[in-house]
Design a protein around this ligand. Structure first.
Ligand SMILES: *Cc1c(COP(=O)(O)O)cnc(C)c1O
Length: 394
């Protein structure tokens, strides 16, 4: 049965993914089921999206209620879900202004535009530069791709937006040495995701922040993957107290409803985008905002951050044990429920074997298994995952 569906899919969908050979059907908690009824323990959560697990009744009811009321109005009018969601995200992000988007990449586009406009307002010039990091990932649209530090993703799609320079994560000098009078922004993920789970070091972040303050350069932190509680803090930068001028969020923000947002401080808001500068038809529509609003409520009700802080050390401990046991695993790195196990060889076979045994994992680069489970996983789930994974490593 699955085989026929997969064949149909490959006749119609553009082949931009080498998909795993399963057709998923439904989810419950931390488990997914394929159309033949096989159960999977999910340590991917739709790439760091389903933070609350699948089929949460409170979330589903809130989304359904909004479906029955009003799905869309356009941004020419106010709507209560957007007002509520904006108020709540301001509070948890400590930022002052929010613009809702439909995806992470669009949040990055908006962040870049805000930074360029801020610089333009200062000197009227149109040749401002942005410094991004090697191994970064910010999305697949042209602007987001232009600041993504993976030449393979960019190559065929040149020219990029231009005036982008690349520096090294946790190497302050590589940034400082590339700053000029034209630099308008430095963009980075607080914890790099796709590029291999590289957390920014506190010392590095603080130096970058100080440099930005000194030169009035905007610090853009991309929290699309590492944000929304994954590190045990609502946003990863809050762990270090290094506040960005502009921040992006998406993925778990909607827990399944496609949304994103870019947020900024009042200073940036007062000196960048104004009416007519930026827009979106769907962004921040009532359906998306009802989802965001409920997600943020549930985080608070269920103490998601506390749970991550409490349980993540156990995941680290169990992964460290695997690392010690298997010579082919060279190291573990990560923060909270965003972890990577680095192998000395490609991990595709291990991931496929795990899938056969009912465990969903993904990679981050060829040699790294990435762990971005639902934030509600328990120690028992972790034990179950480790037992299956252990049996898949030769
Ligand atoms: C996934 C991701 C994006 C892109 O988000 P989309 O919703 O896929 O456009 C950008 N930045 C980071 C850090 C991501 O992990």
């Amino acid at each position: 049965m699955m085989k026929e569906y997969i064949e149909e899919a490959e006749k119609a969908l553009l082949h931009t993914y080498n998909r795993f050979q399963v057709v998923l059907d439904k989810g419950e908690g931390v488990r997914l089921y394929d159309i033949e009824g096989k159960e999977y323990l999910d340590f991917c959560s739709g790439i760091a999206v389903f933070a609350l697990g699948y089929n949460d009744k409170r979330y589903n009811d809130a989304v359904k209620a909004q479906v029955d009321k009003l799905l869309h109005t356009s941004n020419y009018y106010y709507n209560i879900p957007a007002i509520e969601a904006a108020k709540k995200i301001k509070k948890v992000s400590q930022m002052d202004r929010v613009f809702f988007t439909n995806s992470g990449a669009e949040a990055i586009e908006g962040a870049i535009k805000a930074a360029r406009k801020y610089a333009y307002n200062k000197d009227g010039q149109t040749d401002h530069e942005i410094i991004a990091l090697e191994h970064s990932f910010h999305g697949r649209t042209m602007g987001a791709l232009s600041v993504t530090g993976n030449p393979k993703y960019r190559e065929a799609f040149q020219p990029m937006i231009g005036h982008i320079k690349f520096a090294q994560m946790n190497d302050f000098e590589s940034i400082a040495s590339q700053v000029t009078d034209k630099t308008c922004a430095i963009i980075m993920e607080t914890v790099q995701g796709e590029g291999g789970i590289f957390p920014a070091e506190e010392e590095f972040l603080k130096k970058v922040r100080a440099l930005c303050d000194e030169k009035d350069i905007l610090l853009i932190l991309d929290e699309i993957q590492c944000g929304m509680g994954r590190t045990g803090y609502m946003y990863a930068w809050q762990k270090y107290g290094v506040k960005p001028d502009i921040m992006t969020t998406a993925k778990a923000l909607g827990c399944g409803v496609p949304v994103g947002a870019f947020l900024m401080t009042q200073k940036v808001a007062d000196n960048s985008l104004v009416a007519g500068d930026h827009g979106t038809t769907y962004g921040g529509n009532p359906l998306a905002c009802a989802a965001i609003s409920k997600v943020l409520d549930i985080y608070e009700e269920d103490g998601i951050l506390e749970h991550v802080k409490e349980t993540a050390p156990y995941l680290e401990k169990r992964l460290d044990e695997l690392c010690a046991k298997h010579d082919c695993i060279t190291t573990r790195r990560g923060v909270g429920f965003m972890q990577g196990l680095v192998f000395d060889k490609p991990v595709g076979d291990v991931i496929n074997k795990a899938l056969e045994k009912g465990l969903i994992l993904i990679n981050a680069g060829a040699n790294i298994i990435r762990f971005v489970p639902p934030l509600v996983i328990t120690k028992e789930n972790i034990d179950e995952m480790v037992e299956i994974l252990d049996s898949c490593i030769l």
